[in-house]
Design a binder for this molecule. Structure first.
Ligand code: CJB
Length: 878
């Protein structure tokens, strides 16, 4: 594999240094004048939340200063910009990340200490910005971190949701409860409201002679969130939009005493940026969701075009040299139609010119092949909300299909040559067609139509952006992924296997037409947040061992650790750090859940959204069997068990029936196992409630084994696998997503790989399963324990058990049963290797050493070079 070195070339800080006493004075000032704390209470009579706000306000000053310099410099240089359009940005907390990226950790720690606080405590006073569901949203956050670090002129664009990802509580029965995430309740010191930057966004209404008169108009207001790069003076921007009414208040209604009506417009507008839809990789299909998507896309495009126009007036041909918009999954793909509309209707370009520009300015990333995540909007819904856009999409669709006619015709003729169509039998003229006969019964006409379907039309339909819903006759859908593919200059998947699968499956016909459009960009994660900042012990050891602190900007330097993999002294230090991290995690778990955890066992962690395809179920079934084995073991046999702490974390979409059952099952198993005196310290099962970025930062450094066990072919990439790898955590997993590339970097023999691979899955689903009766007796036992009430609620869990064992009711689509045996074999290997701590540690070191490729700096550099054509513009140090 060719490794690109993404280093930004900086070897030391490009930031002004600060001394603790001036920072201290600054914090005190901010406590008084920004937080408004009474002076007699400063600094020692305040709660952590207030002090946090004072410290954050002080850090913000540094950010804003560098932010303004960056943005001014970029504006003056006028380079090409990338705009990352994403409905989700899962940022997590900002205080420590900002302090660390600004290289002010020592200064702030000292200053805060002198005031009688410690930075760690203040850190916990910050709310998590959870404006995303899972992998896709966190990826966007890692990407903007890398863009800033690599000095790439670019902004993220998204929605400033008032309520982020719901808070998850687990009730006493183990059931998931969803509570609102009121993340702005303590203010948000990291944003800069821009009341002067607003755009009008239209909805509904009618189109007359290509002119759209919206029936409803709202305002998008900008909030800028400075994104500090590391070891650079660059501070990038995440611009989020808030929806507001055009008129605050309906005065007439107010004066008439209709108070509710007076504020109705405000509420309706504000609804648009109110909540993040909590569905991960599942389509929602609600009009409000499309409204959200159009809202932020339109505001972002209008904003970027206004900036372009201010510099280049009407020279629109230049747009592709100055701007590129990356569409993060299907959520922002209405951009294809909106950019067309803005160019044609607002800037008066002709269709062909506009379309040429669009196809050079947009790019599209696909993140999943799960059919339920590929958004398709009913024509009715889209046409009502965005009538002009439907018209444009319709025209794109016809021109596109027309352009394929010749090709398709040739294909059909070729096919007919090989396979001549059977001559049609002469048909008797139906009664209904005879003169004077009564009207044709509908049924007869339909049959006739089907028979006479033009083969060219039929072949063209597979390319159709607007097609009939196969499940609902007469209902037409707009396939947003197809619209994006046709309207983009590049389409990419997010790991090698995934990019390959999309070419063979969901975009096969498109790939055959334009193979060069399709690319791979294997995901990555920022090594700052996910190694350097979250695992300070390991970071210090790495710096000391490599003799340089340059690795967070040039992660391939980690290969220098390989030579120490067998070094016993080094292994000892490595293990001690892991042990410290486990102890820290155990303390956090104790504080949050009351569960006491020993720190000697193997820490085995699965954290991700709860999904059938991610197979938390497979994991918990193996845990159940382990529990059974421990309980029935003789005293002699007990000694052979490798003690384990199994930890789960993740949220289930509120309407996802099976996922919620899985959450409950894991919790019920934990409740039974953790208090069973027969088990003692051999097994603990923990479900961490409200898993989020903050939890991940504590869990990942402490993990020794992580579960990446999706059904092969379903997990596009996975990104937690990369974070765990960086932190020296071994992987038990399938040959799926980026696991495959991790295995290439680390050596497949060092992972615990099991299960079917992607090529075997279709045959299994299509037929083999039907003949299969070889249920592993351990699998049967684990299911029996669920069904016999060992964990209570047996009726509630019945259909969960059936879903993988009763083929008359369900079909085990995600292959839990057939993969179980090999999974157990891999688990046995885990236990065996863990008993050899030197070998385990050797592997652990090799994981970290081989993680350089998975820095998001590498990913972003590839996007910049191979799709965006955006060049670094480093900002001169102040
Ligand atoms: N993904 O998080 C989401 N949400 C979606 O709606 C679709 C996909 C995930 O994106 C990650 C980033 O590319 C992938 O690593 C992950 O496999 C995929 O499920």
């Amino acid at each position: 594999r060719e490794i690109v070195s993404p280093s930004n070339g900086a070897s030391s800080t490009s930031r002004p240094s600060k001394d603790p006493s001036s920072v201290q004075a600054d914090v005190l000032q901010n406590l008084e004048f920004v937080v408004g704390a009474p002076s007699n209470k400063i600094p020692n009579g305040l709660d952590a939340k207030s002090v946090y706000r004072g410290v954050a306000a002080s850090v913000r000053e540094h950010l804003i200063d560098a932010f303004n310099r960056t943005q001014d410099y970029w504006s003056e240089k006028d380079p090409k910009f990338v705009y990352y359009l994403s409905a989700e940005f899962l940022m997590g907390r900002s205080l420590m990340n900002a302090v660390q990226n600004l290289e002010l950790t020592g200064t702030y720690s000292e200053a805060v200490k002198q005031l009688g606080y410690d930075l760690e405590t203040l850190r916990d006073a910050e709310q998590n910005a959870a404006l995303g569901n899972g992998g896709l949203g966190r990826l966007a956050a890692c990407f903007i971190d890398s863009m800033a670090t690599l000095n790439l002129p670019g902004w993220g664009y998204g929605i400033r949701y008032k309520y982020g990802m719901f808070k998850q509580a687990i009730d006493e029965k183990g059931y998931q409860q969803e509570l609102p995430d009121i993340w702005l309740s303590n203010g948000n010191p990291w944003e800069i409201p821009r009341p002067d930057i607003t755009f009008k966004i239209g909805f509904y209404g009618s189109v007359d002679n290509f002119k759209w008169s919206p029936g409803e108009t709202i305002i998008a207001k900008a909030y800028d969130n400075p994104i500090p790069g590391y070891k650079t003076a660059t501070v990038g921007n995440l611009r989020l939009w808030e929806a507001l009414p055009v008129d605050e208040f309906d005065l007439t209604a107010f004066n008439e005493g209709k108070y509710d009506k007076a504020v109705e417009q405000r509420r309706k507008a504000e609804d648009i940026s109110a909540v993040l839809y909590p569905n991960d990789a599942t389509e929602y299909g609600k009009e409000l969701r499309l409204k959200q998507q159009f809202f932020f896309v339109s505001a972002s495009l209008q904003d970027a075009l206004a900036r372009f126009k201010a510099k280049h007036s009407d020279n629109w041909q230049l747009l592709p040299e100055k701007a590129v918009f990356q569409m993060n999954d299907t959520h922002p793909t209405i951009a294809v139609a909106e950019l067309m509309r803005l160019l044609i209707d607002e800037q008066n370009l002709d269709w062909d010119t506009a379309w040429g520009i669009v196809q050079k300015t947009l790019a599209f990333t696909n993140h999943t092949v799960m059919p339920e995540a590929l958004e398709k909007w009913p024509v009715k819904v889209l046409g009502k909300l965005l009538p002009r856009h439907l018209e444009i999409i319709d025209k794109i669709d016809s021109i596109w299909k027309d352009s394929l006619k010749e090709k398709v015709l040739a294909q059909v003729e070729e096919m007919h040559k090989k396979n001549p169509p059977k001559p049609k039998a002469a048909k008797e003229v139906p009664l209904a067609k005879k003169a004077g006969a009564p009207a044709v019964p509908e049924q007869a006409e339909e049959e006739e139509e089907e028979e006479e379907e033009d083969p060219v039309e039929a072949a063209l339909n597979k390319y159709g952006i607007i097609t009939e819903n196969p499940w609902e006759k007469g209902v037409k859908l707009v396939n947003m992924a197809y619209l994006a593919v046709v309207g983009s200059k590049a389409v990419n998947g997010v790991a090698a296997i995934h990019s390959d699968i999309i070419k063979r499956t969901i975009f096969k016909d498109f790939f055959e037409l334009t193979p060069n459009k399709f690319q791979n960009k294997t995901n990555g994660v920022t090594p700052r947040r996910w190694l350097a900042w979250c695992n300070p012990g390991l970071a210090a050891l790495i710096t000391e061992t490599l003799g340089t602190d340059a690795w967070p900007n040039d992660l391939n330097l980690l290969t220098g650790l390989r030579q120490y993999a067998d070094d016993k002294d080094f292994q000892k230090k490595w293990r001690a750090i892991k042990h410290e991290n486990k102890a820290r995690l155990a303390a956090k778990i104790k504080e949050r859940t009351g569960i006491d955890l020993p720190t000697e066992p193997l820490y085995d962690i699965q954290i991700k959204r709860i999904h059938e395809y991610k197979r938390q179920y497979l994991n918990i079934l193996s845990v159940i069997y382990r529990y059974h084995e421990i309980k029935t073991a003789s005293p002699e046999e007990r000694k052979k068990f490798v003690p384990r702490v199994t930890i789960f974390g993740g949220k289930a979409a509120s309407a996802y029936y099976m996922a919620k059952k899985i959450v409950r099952l894991i919790n019920r198993v934990g409740m039974v196992v953790n208090k069973d005196p027969d088990v003692k310290d051999l097994l603990k099962v923990v479900f961490v409630p409200d898993y989020n970025v903050d939890w991940a930062e504590a869990l990942i450094p402490a993990a020794e084994l992580c579960q990446q066990i999706s059904t092969a072919g379903t997990e596009a990439s996975g990104t937690s696998n990369m974070k765990f790898q960086m932190n020296g955590c071994l992987i038990i997993g399938t040959m799926d997503g980026a696991n495959i590339e991790i295995a290439e970097e680390v050596g497949k023999e060092n992972l615990f790989i099991f299960g079917m691979d992607e090529s075997e899955v279709p045959a299994w689903r299509e037929g083999k399963r039907a003949e299969w009766k070889d249920y592993d007796p351990r699998f049967v036992k684990a299911l029996d324990m669920i069904k016999d009430g060992t964990f209570g609620d047996e009726e509630y869990f019945q259909d969960l058990a059936d879903s993988v064992s009763d083929m008359s009711k369900s079909n085990d689509w995600f292959l839990v049963a057939p993969d179980f045996t090999d999974y157990m074999r891999a688990q046995d290997d885990v236990d065996k290797i863990y008993q050899d701590q030197d070998e385990w540690t050797r592997r652990s070191i090799l994981y970290t050493a081989g993680s350089g490729f998975f820095s998001s700096d590498r990913t972003i550099k590839q996007y910049a070079d191979e799709i965006w054509d955006v060049k670094p513009v480093p900002v001169p140090a102040a």
